[in-house]
Design a protein around this ligand. Sequence first.
Ligand code: NAD
Ligand code: UDP
Length: 310
Amino acid sequence: MRILVTGGAGFIGSHLCDRLLERGHEVICLDNFYTGSKDNIRHLLGNDHFEMLRHDLIEPILVEVDQIYNLACPASPVHYQYNPVKTIKTNVLGALNMLGLAKRVKARILQASTSEVYGNPLEHPQRESYWGNVNPIGLRSCYDEGKRAAETLMMDYHRQNHVDVRIVRIFNTYGPRMAENDGRVVSNFIVQALRGNPLTIYGDGSQTRSFCYVDDLVQGLIAMMQCDGFIGPVNLGNPNERTIMEFAHIILKLTGSSSKVENLPLPADDPVQRRPDIALAQQKLGWQPKVPLDEGLQITIDFFRKKLAC
Ligand code: NAD
Ligand code: UDP
C-alpha cells in the first residue's frame, strides 16, 4: 500500500514510518519540520519506498494514497502553546484537509487523538466512554479542544460521507528521537540527569502519568489501522501509573545521576491524574504494551547519552 504519514518527521511519526517500510509499504512522509527533524528520518532518505514532502498541513494537498495516518501536531505543551492559534489550525484545518483527501481518494484515515480530550479527568482510570473535563478557554485548550474538534470531524465525515475513519487516543509516550528541547517530562528529566542539572518537578510532583514505550504505541497504531469493523475511539497507552516525583527518582536511579530535584510552579490546568483503561484495545485489537518502564527508559537514556555525548 501507499501510506501517507503526516507529522512523519516527528518522534512517533518517524518510528511509524520505519515500521511501515519494514512491512513493505510505500511511505510518504509529510511534515513542516516545526518540531520534527531531518535527523529522525535521515536514515530513510535513500530508500526507494520513502518520499518526503515538506508541507504545512493547514494547506490542502492532493496525493494518491491508500491510507493516511494523521499525526501532524506539536505534542509538547511548550511547543503547542508557543503559537496556540497555529496549533488549533493544525488540528482543525489539518483534519479537514486530510478528511477531504481521504474522501476523494477513498483512503482509510487514522487520527492521532490524545488523552488530553479527557482534560483533568474526574473518572479514573479513563475509559473511552468518559466525555472529559476540559477547560475550553485555558492555555491547553488550543491542543485539547483542537483534538476534540478533530475527533468530531472524523465522526461527522464518517456519518455524512462514509469516510473510513479510525480514532486513537494516545497517552504519554516516550522513547528515542524525542527532541532534547521537547519540554516534556521524560526528555527533560533524562537530559537534566545526564547533565547533572536539577530535575525540574512542576508542583509537588504528586500528579500522575502513565508512560508507554514508543514501539508498543506504534504497534497499536498499526493494529488499529488494520482492524476492520471498529473505528474507535480507542485508548492506547501503558496503564503503569507513576507520580512525577516517583518518576524523577526512577530516572535518577537509571542514569546513576546525583542531580538534585527542584520544585517549580505547576502550569495551569495540569491534569492531576492520568491512566488509560485499555480493556477496549485488548478486546478489539488484541493489543497491550509489552515493554517494561525500566527497559524502555534505559533505551531512551542510551539514546540521549549518545546524542549529548555524555
Ligand atoms: P512531535 O512534535 O514529535 O511530532 C509532531 C510532528 O508534526 C512534527 O514532526 C512536526 O514538525 C509536525 N507538524 C506540526 N505541525 C505541522 C503542520 N502544521 N504541518 C505539517 N507538519 C506539522 O510529537 P509526537 O510526540 O510525535 O506526536 C505525534 C502525534 O501524536 C501528535 O498528533 C500528538 O498530538 C499525538 N500524541 C502524542 C503523545 C505523546 O505522548 N507523544 C500523546 C498524545 C497524543
Ligand atoms: N513536568 C514536570 N517537569 C518537567 C516537565 C513536565 O514536572 O520538566 C510535569 C508536568 O507538569 C505534568 C507531567 O510532568 O504534570 C507530564 O508533563 P508532559 O509535558 O510530559 O506531558 P502532559 O502534561 O501533556 O501529560
